[in-house]
Design a protein around this ligand. Sequence first.
Ligand code: URA
Length: 216
Amino acid sequence: MPPQLRVYVPPHPLIKHWLGVARDAATPPPLFKSAMIELGRWLTYEAIRDWLPTEDLMVETPLGSCTVTMVNPEVPMVVVPILRAGLALLEGAQTLLPLASVYHLGLVRNEETLEASCYLNKLPREFHPQTRILITEPMMATGGSIMMAMAELAKRGVDPAFIRIINVIAAPPALQKLGGNYPAVTIYTAMIDEEVNHQGYIIPGLGDAGDRAFGT
Ligand code: URA
């Protein structure tokens, strides 16, 4: 049977809380940015709980020795933030994954056609085959940006099963495109909203995540 897109909405009270703060139009930009950072942190926590490679080692304690389980630094972890709004989620992810390499991808949406185009691509030519990749993209509405990011990774030979997406709000058009093209990818999101308006904004959503995070 072909794999089916996995979309997790972790029932964590802090994720619900910070989503509420982010949705509120009265939240000022500095607090909105903090909410994004917290959502990045807690969604990453959920995404890596069964995914972060570990190894068993012997250590000497002050009083004896025992086996301990530690994060395996040999397996590369990568974060790909989609600029601009993915930068705030990255800040939260980095508090848990300080050793992860960060490859920025700058994508902008044409406001009329809603097509994404790339203005900055810092992805390497290829990745080590065991690399775990987290994409941070807060708003998945029409799916233009996330599909472009997935295509850039596919060009570099990355297996979608090694990719997890950290997202705040997802809408059906984006999920359908991901499911149809990259069903092995896994998504961790705070919420699924059902509607996208004619300007490509998620309803009720939280508005323009980049503008609100950076006060523009
Ligand atoms: N990008 C945003 O920032 N908000 C949306 O609702 C959709 C895309």
